[in-house]
Design a protein around this ligand. Structure first.
Ligand code: SF4
Length: 451
């Protein structure tokens, strides 16, 4: 009980804080960093750089009410094909701009539902992407699979084009929960896709579970976690439902009075965490799990875990270039995001320009704080000697902040003058503690619940 009181006082059940998939966070992006920065940053990529490419497909056959992704529902392939035509132009312009000697080491298709694409579209999109830059022989190509918009032919097309990782959203298998979030998907449907992927040689499969959904309780979530474990995925993500109807209008369909409260969310998370650990999964960062031999678990054990827009990763590419409407690119110099709507994105690409419209150039202080926050989110520690090795003596400017954090969170952290460590008791406060290193954070920005 005492621990709950301390967590309450620290704001776990009342605060809204960023997830820190980037730092500075997206609310800090501004129009002063746009197409010109994107162009210059692409051209400055050095020979030997490895690129990660993200392709956003903002269309779905169904629109699930809980989802805050930038996507739109479509009844025909006409708008999807029109969008692909624009993507082709953007990819070709990027191919002309990328310096020689850069290779592609990672490719991720997300959305929306990339599996809304038909086999002929998948073949074409990959044909264009192969023109971008040479592909590393040991590249990773991952795709978000929507069980409602995939079939054997589409899986065949993805696999023949190199897909070697797949991610499937489960959320919760409970029917009442599924009805309340507008996403009906049986266990059997999910199982068939997992088996279909494995039969085609895709052995790296991630399943997403979401806690905090309407009508969800510990029993429903417990059954879902058990069924997910039965499917034996290599990785599992356990995300908290972010109820942000002011941003994602379709979340207005979610019955707010059926949403579990913060304490229920806390208990559900803990229960799922314990069940996944007991099943042999290694906890990764704040909300991921992986089999012990999985590359993410190995990266975590070796201190190579990183954090980006897709969550936790062992991606060490120099830059991530986002293609398509609303996608965000990350360069050593900063972040830049494409126009959010497909119409505005298409207009700018058709006019021969880039669609990058807002972003942020990172100052030396941003770079330092970004790495420190990433360390906290990945390793639950900020290691000043390691930061000094990377950034020089300027890393020591963080020490007053680290001292302050240790004195403000004495039950949850400790600082020995070199390393700030989040104690196991402070695990749930990781995002809140990361906030203490965020030079931009204000309570005015609307983020998701801390738990
Ligand atoms: S959860 Fe997936 S299928 Fe549902 S709306 Fe979001 S992106 Fe589309």
């Amino acid at each position: 009980m005492e621990k709950i009181t301390q967590l309450t006082e620290a704001g776990l059940f009342s605060r809204n804080v960023p997830r820190y998939t980037s730092y500075p966070t997206a609310p800090q992006f501004h129009e002063g960093v746009a197409a010109g920065s994107f162009d210059g940053w692409v051209k400055s990529l050095a020979t030997g750089s490895k690129l990660s490419i993200y392709v956003h497909i903002p269309f779905c056959e169904r629109l699930c009410w809980f989802c805050a992704c930038r996507t739109q529902g479509v009844k025909s392939m006409t708008p999807v094909e029109a969008y692909l035509d624009i993507l082709k132009v953007e990819i070709a312009k990027l191919a002309r701009t990328i310096p020689d000697g850069v290779t592609i080491a990672r490719l991720h298709w997300g959305g929306g539902s990339p599996t809304i694409l038909h086999p002929k579209h998948i073949d074409l999109l990959m044909e264009w992407l192969r023109e971008l830059a040479p592909i590393d022989p040991d590249w990773e190509f991952s795709v978000e699979i929507d069980p409602a918009a995939v079939n054997g032919d589409k899986l065949d097309a993805l696999v023949r084009n190199g897909m070697n990782r797949a991610s499937i959203g489960v959320q919760d298998f409970n029917e009442k929960v599924q009805k309340a979030i507008g996403r009906e998907q049986s266990f059997e449907t999910t199982r068939d896709i997992v088996e279909g992927l494995r039969a085609r040689g895709v052995n790296s499969i991630n399943l997403d579970i979401v806690y905090g959904l309407p009508h969800q309780d510990a029993e429903a979530l417990g059954k879902t976690v058990a069924k997910v474990i039965e499917l034996n995925p290599d990785r599992i993500a356990l995300f908290g439902y972010a109820h942000v109807p002011w941003m994602a209008k379709r979340q207005k369909m979610i019955p707010e009075d059926a949403l579990p409260g913060p304490m229920d969310r806390f208990n559900m998370f803990n229960q799922a965490y314990a069940a996944l650990k007991a099943a042999g999964y290694v906890p990764i960062g704040i909300d991921h799990f992986a089999k012990p031999g999985d590359s993410l678990a190995i990266a975590a054990a070796e201190g190579r875990l990183r954090r980006n827009f897709q969550g936790y990763t062992d991606d060490v590419c120099t830059a991530l270039v986002g293609l398509g409407a609303s996608s965000i690119s990350r360069f050593p110099q900063g972040y830049v995001q494409n126009r959010a709507t497909t119409n505005a994105y298409a207009k700018e690409i058709n006019e021969g320009g880039w669609s990058a419209t807002r972003g942020i150039a990172m100052s030396p202080d941003d770079q330092l704080r970004a790495r420190a926050i990433e360390m906290l989110m990945c390793e639950f520690a900020v290691n000043v000697p390691a930061l000094t090795a990377e950034f020089g003596s300027v890393a020591e400017t963080l020490c007053p902040d680290l001292h302050r954090i240790a004195s403000e969170y004495p039950n949850f952290t400790k600082f020995d003058g070199e390393v700030l460590t989040i104690l196991p008791e402070g695990f749930h406060l990781t995002r809140i503690i990361a906030c203490e290193l965020d030079a931009y954070h204000t309570t005015a920005a609307k983020h998701s619940q801390a738990i």
